[in-house]
Write a protein that binds this ligand. Structure first.
Ligand code: SF4
Ligand code: SF4
Length: 216
């Protein structure tokens, strides 16, 4: 299950140029900007600021900062995310996972071991954007990319496929890509026409196994 956050980002103000790259990639939107005061050393009009409780140690900011202006520091008191999810109607969770073509216990975020049922729970409880899902569950705060598509797909199946990008013009995600999951039928199989179109792939077996998982 989800994650214990043991490290948090720290901005080195005098090195920061206010380029906003870190703000655009943080999966939990933990970074914003503030104006640089006249008496503060460094270049640029703005300086990045961090909301520490929203930093889940994804380190996307550290990787992208062109000026080495972010470092990770150990937290005196680590905190847990995603271990306790809100109580929601389990039939609704099941139905959303089924609609998306996932089993409730299917692993969606490999980094934090977050399951499809956890993501569906967060969405039903009110997380209507990928960032809100990450904040609620901790998912997508490891590699920040592998689980993006299934999260977007679950959101779309719940009627939230049009979530605005956060922050505006951010490039942490670009919308749902076309995948076979979008064609999964309520019984967990793919339409025959699709299976016939790709005879080189074992789609009947793969999606048949998926259908078995979905019944759990
Ligand atoms: S990208 Fe990761 S490390 Fe950086 S502020 Fe966001 S959650 Fe924290
Ligand atoms: S990426 Fe680095 S230089 Fe740019 S705003 Fe963030 S901390 Fe500052």
């Amino acid at each position: 299950m989800p994650k214990t956050v043991r490290m948090v980002a720290q901005i080195i103000a005098e090195k920061c140029t206010g380029c906003r790259l870190c703000e655009q990639v943080c999966p939990t939107v933990a970074i914003g900007m503030r104006p640089r005061r006249a008496d503060e050393p460094g270049k640029g009009r703005n300086i990045a600021i961090l909301e520490p409780e929203a930093c889940y140690n994804a380190q996307a900011c550290v990787e992208i900062c062109p000026d080495d202006a972010i470092e990770m520091v150990e937290l005196g008191t680590p905190f847990d995310v995603g271990f306790e999810l809100p109580q929601v109607d389990q039939e609704a969770v099941k139905a959303l996972c089924r609609k998306a073509g996932y089993g409730r216990n299917m692993q969606i975020c490999v980094c934090t071991d977050t399951k499809a049922g956890d993501i569906a729970t967060a969405i039903i409880a009110g997380a209507h954007s990928p960032e809100a899902v990450s904040l609620a569950t901790g998912a997508r705060t490891g590699c920040v990319e592998l689980c993006m598509q299934p999260i977007l797909h679950l959101l779309a199946c719940a009627g939230h496929g049009d979530a605005p990008r956060n922050p505006k013009n951010g490039f942490q995600w670009y919308g749902e890509s076309a995948t076979l999951w979008q064609h999964v039928q309520p019984d967990g199989t793919l339409p025959q026409a699709i299976r016939d179109a790709f005879p080189e792939y074992p789609l009947a077996k793969e999606f048949g196994d998926m259908a078995k998982l979905k019944r759990r």
